[in-house]
Design a protein around this ligand. Structure first.
Ligand code: IPE
Ligand code: IPE
Ligand code: MG
Length: 253
């Protein structure tokens, strides 16, 4: 039996994280190490997206949320932004048949209006074509930042209050969550960041309040299936206390 299968077999199948979020970082450094252009790192990163999606689906993860492009990434050099946008559109079109075959549903999160028309149309097409799928939900965060999302939610709720449609006293955490782009999606159980930086970079700030964080120095294009399973094994060895004591958690209180 190969190493990967051995690792998969050692997972507790009843405690697979329902929602895994990922910060796919390190494409540029990977390219530099190989003596390639940064854009080659992004192209290589797409194969990791392909593998991670397939493995999530096979393991029974219900939601996979990928940080593909942040609001701040718009400030990168124009040619890198253009290449990234092109690659995203190209990749989604190429992956669509297999996503459909694997019953994967695409959900887009972010200020997608800022994405150039061609990749945007490909993304919308993929979203609409997979709308009936009931397997893994693949959330693509694109032109996304958490502060953007939270500000949008605040604006929407304020508008409802101004129109008299919601009583300010009735604004609960649930009301707020329901106005985020992730409405209806359970919070991530596990957040993985590749590339060695131990920061959150404006990602899902509200939603990761109680997520388990996993940082690995491995650059995104090198992030292997085995390393993904290692992250889940690590997650399964943690005790999620949600503010309670260890004794309370163990007694299921
Ligand atoms: C992550 O890789 C991909 C995106 C942010 C789109 P980077 O491009 O940030 O790679 P590094 O961090 O420069 O190595
Ligand atoms: C975070 O990576 C955004 C994505 C992976 C899309 P960055 O490379 O943009 O993050 P910083 O700039 O190092 O914080
Ligand atoms: Mg980076």
């Amino acid at each position: 039996m190969d190493e990967l299968q051995k690792k998969i077999d050692s997972l507790d199948k009843d405690r697979i994280p329902v929602h895994v979020a990922m910060i796919m970082d390190g494409n540029g450094r990977w390219a530099k190490q190989q003596g390639f252009k940064r854009s080659d790192g992004h192209t290589e990163g797409i194969s990791t997206v392909h593998r991670v999606t397939k493995l999530s689906s096979d393991l029974g993860v219900r939601y996979l949320t990928l940080y593909a492009f942040s609001t701040e990434n718009w400030n990168r050099p124009t040619d890198e932004v253009a290449t990234l946008m092109y690659l995203i559109g190209w990749a989604i079109e190429r992956e669509l048949p297999e996503l459909l075959a694997n019953n994967v549903r695409i959900h887009l999160i972010g200020d997608i209006d800022r994405v150039p028309e061609e990749p945007r149309n490909r993304l919308f097409y993929a979203r609409d074509t997979t709308a009936h799928c009931t397997g893994l939900q693949l959330n693509i965060c694109l032109s996304y930042s958490s502060r953007w999302e939270i500000t949008e939610a605040a604006r929407r709720i304020a508008r409802l209050a101004a129109e008299g449609k919601i009583d300010p006293e009735a604004i609960t955490e649930n009301v707020f969550s329901d106005n985020l782009a992730t409405a209806g999606i359970p919070d991530p159980d596990l957040l993985i960041r590749t590339g060695g930086e131990e920061r959150v970079s404006n990602y899902l700030l509200w939603q990761i309040a109680y997520s388990e964080l996993y940082f690995t120095p491995v650059l995104w294009p090198d992030f292997s299936d085995e390393q993904y399973v290692d992250a889940i094994l690590d997650f399964q060895n943690r005790e999620r206390r949600f503010g309670k004591t260890s004794e309370q958690v163990q007694n299921n209180e």
